[in-house]
Design a protein around this ligand. Structure first.
Ligand SMILES: C[S@@+](CC[C@H](N)C(=O)[O-])C[C@H]1O[C@@H](n2cnc3c(N)ncnc32)[C@H](O)[C@@H]1O
Length: 276
C-alpha cells in the first residue's frame, strides 16, 4: 500500500533525519531516554539532595532539590527537578515500569478495556517500553506484541521490538511480518522532539498520527481499536473524519498521568469497520 506522506514527515523533519535524535549516537547501546526516564542515573547528571518537605517528612513524600551544575543549562535543571519530584516517575521506579507513560496506558485500558487477553498488539513509538510492559501484563502469554522505535529499547519478555524509524518505507511491512496476521489494536504514543515553533510541531504531530492511522487501517481486524497521541484540540480535520468513518466509536481522553501543563491527549477509536 502506498503510504501517506505529509510535507513534514520525510526529508525535512527530525523523523526523517537522524539529526534530531543524536542523543543516542550508538543505536546498539541502550538510549539515555531509557535510562533517565526512571531517573536511574541522576547522579551522573549532577548533584541531587533529597530533602523532606516541611511538615511532611516521610520517605515517600519528599522534595528533591537540584543544585545547578556549572555546565548544565537552566532548562535541563528544571527538567531534572520535575522528573525527580514527579510522583508517577517515582511510582514507575518503585513498580518496575520503564516510564511514567505506563500509567497513561493503564488508565486508558481501565477506561476502554483495550488490552484483552491473547490480543495482537502493535505499539508505535514504544521506547523506553512502559506501554509494552503494560501490554504484556494485561494481554498475557498467548498474546502477540510488537513494538517499534528508532531508539534502542532493551528487551522485554513477551514483546518483539523493532529498532527502526516508523516513517521508513520498509517499517509497515516489517511490522506486519512480525505480527504474522492482523492486529487487534494499534497504539501510537509517537512524538517527535519539539522545536518550540507551534505550527511546525503541530504539523509533525498530525503527520505521525496520519501514518499511524494509515497503518492501523491496513492491519486492524474488524472490531479492532486504535489509540493515538494527539494534541491541543484532539484529532481534527481529515484524521477525525477518517476515524469517524472507519470506527464505530471515537473518543478523546486525557489520563491523569498526562501532565496538566501538556497539550497532549489521546484519541481512542474502537470497533474498526474493516477494509472494503
Ligand atoms: C512519549 S515516547 C513513548 C513512550 C512509550 N509509550 C512508553 O510507554 O515508554 C514517544 C516515542 O516515540 C518515538 N518516535 C517518534 N517518532 C518516531 C518514528 N518516526 N518512528 C519510531 N519511533 C518514533 C520516540 O523515539 C519516543 O521514544
Amino acid at each position: 500500500m502506498e503510504r501517506r506522506k505529509s510535507s513534514s514527515d520525510r526529508g525535512k523533519g527530525p523523523n526523517s533525519s537522524r539529526k534530531g535524535r543524536a542523543k543516542n549516537p550508538d543505536p546498539k547501546t541502550p538510549s539515555k531516554i531509557a535510562k533517565t526516564a526512571l531517573g536511574a542515573e541522576p547522579e551522573k547528571r549532577g548533584r541531587v539532595n533529597a530533602v523532606p518537605t516541611k511538615g511532611e517528612a516521610s520517605s515517600r513524600d519528599f522534595n528533591v532539590h537540584v543544585k545547578t551544575a556549572k555546565r548544565r543549562e537552566y532548562g535541563s535543571t528544571l527538567w531534572l527537578k520535575r522528573q525527580l519530584n514527579d510522583p508517577y516517575v517515582r511510582k514507575a521506579k518503585a513498580e518496575g515500569y520503564r516510564s511514567r507513560a505506563a500509567y497513561k496506558m493503564l488508565e486508558l485500558d481501565e477506561k476502554f478495556s483495550l488490552l484483552k487477553s491473547g490480543a495482537r498488539i502493535v505499539d508505535l513509538g514504544c521506547a523506553p517500553g512502559g506501554w509494552l510492559q503494560v501490554a504484556v501484563k494485561k494481554a498475557g502469554a498467548r498474546s502477540t506484541i510488537v513494538g517499534i522505535d528508532y531508539l534502542n529499547v532493551p528487551a522485554i519478555a513477551g514483546a518483539d521490538i523493532l529498532e527502526m524509524d516508523f516513517l521508513d518505507e520498509a517499517a509497515p511491512d516489517a511490522l506486519k511480518k512480525m505480527l504474522n496476521g492482523d492486529a487487534d489494536i494499534v497504539l501510537s504514543d509517537m512524538a517527535a522532539p519539539t522545536t518550540g515553533h507551534r505550527s511546525t510541531d503541530h504539523l509533525r504531530i498530525v503527520a505521525l498520527a496520519e501514518v499511524a492511522l494509515d497503518f492501523a487501517e491496513d492491519v486492524l481486524t474488524p472490531g479492532g481499536a486504535f489509540v493515538c497521541k494527539v494534541f491541543a484540540g484532539g484529532a481534527e480535520g481529515e484524521i477525525l473524519a477518517r476515524l469517524k468513518q472507519n470506527f464505530k466509536t471515537v473518543k478523546h481522553a486525557k489520563p491523569k498521568a498526562s501532565r496538566s501543563d501538556s497539550a497532549e491527549k489521546y484519541v481512542v477509536a474502537t470497533g474498526f469497520r474493516g477494509r472494503e
